[in-house]
Design a binder for this molecule. Sequence first.
Ligand SMILES: *Cc1c(COP(=O)(O)O)cnc(C)c1O
Length: 361
Amino acid sequence: MQFSITKNPSPTPADERAKVLAAPTFGTHFTDHQVVVVWEKGKGWHSAEVIPYGPIMMDPSSAVLHYGQEIFEGIKAYRHPDGSIWTFRPEKNAQRLQKSAKRMALPELPEDIFIESLRQLIAVDGDWVPEAEGEKTLYFRPFEIAAENYLGVRPANRVEYRLIASPVGPYFTGGIKPVSIWIALGSARAGKHGTGEAKTGGNYAASLLAQQEGNENGCSQVMFLDAESGTYIEELGGMNLFFIYKDGSVVTPSLDGTILHGITRDSVITLLEDRGHKVTQRRFELSELREKAASGEIVEVFACGTAAVITPVGLLKSKEEEILIAGNEPGELTVALRKELTGIQYGTVSDKHNWMLKLKD
Ligand SMILES: *Cc1c(COP(=O)(O)O)cnc(C)c1O
């Protein structure tokens, strides 16, 4: 597929861009261009374009605005010490976008078009990838929306894939400090046979009320339990969870249909196994966390995802209880894993699993 390129006639001046890149805050500034690829029923994917960043002209009856038929991805571009620009396991994001598409009755974007869209955006906006220092990256947000003007309820016959990008600093400001997590009681994010495995806006919309409650209680993230019994730990609103035992073994909730298949999660399992840790994927009860954190058998808990990488969890609380993890200090293994993973991403640690893909010299 050929991408046509329309350069932004008034891109951000270099000094203004430099100011943004010096201290980017998450998801507030965007680069000078975006990618659009259109899909129509009977015609397939066509009209791949790089165009200036700007608002989407949309009819108020556009399907996505009413029934939430949309999916998205999150992936980053990293600047290596020699100035080259790389990304991390993009084929995984491409495949997950396809899986989300299937669940949400959206068309599957071919993997090569997904990866080419990243290359095309970096080709015009590569200067927006910050220097690695201070854990800065360019965050890509690929997404698909139902873009048909029609109020009837059925999968849209016209869909747009778009890609935008935002320079970002650390997701959690304040360095590698444990976060506090609000345990959502009486609020679920995903049910059996629901959309929990799809990266779709509706799951996030469903998490916001609990998120707000968490924020009011001094927590930055929310942990969801299974919708059926409220017994098992699933994941955070946008991150997967790991529990580390004193004997070095590690548990993470199994992917039983309601949990997002995190690419960071998958990578962390590999890095843990490389280090000789036994990683078990199974159902994990909140009561086990409660008891084993209190007895000192669970020594570290961390959350992981592309946006926040690996973040220690120091405290979990609800209306009913507080669970303190290892004195609210960042754990040794958590810190080591974070260092290793970011080292691979920023090109300072050898990439022995071939996870990195170069986007630009
Ligand atoms: C995106 C996301 C994650 C993390 O996935 P990564 O591929 O590691 O970024 C975890 N949980 C939810 C609900 C998500 O949307």
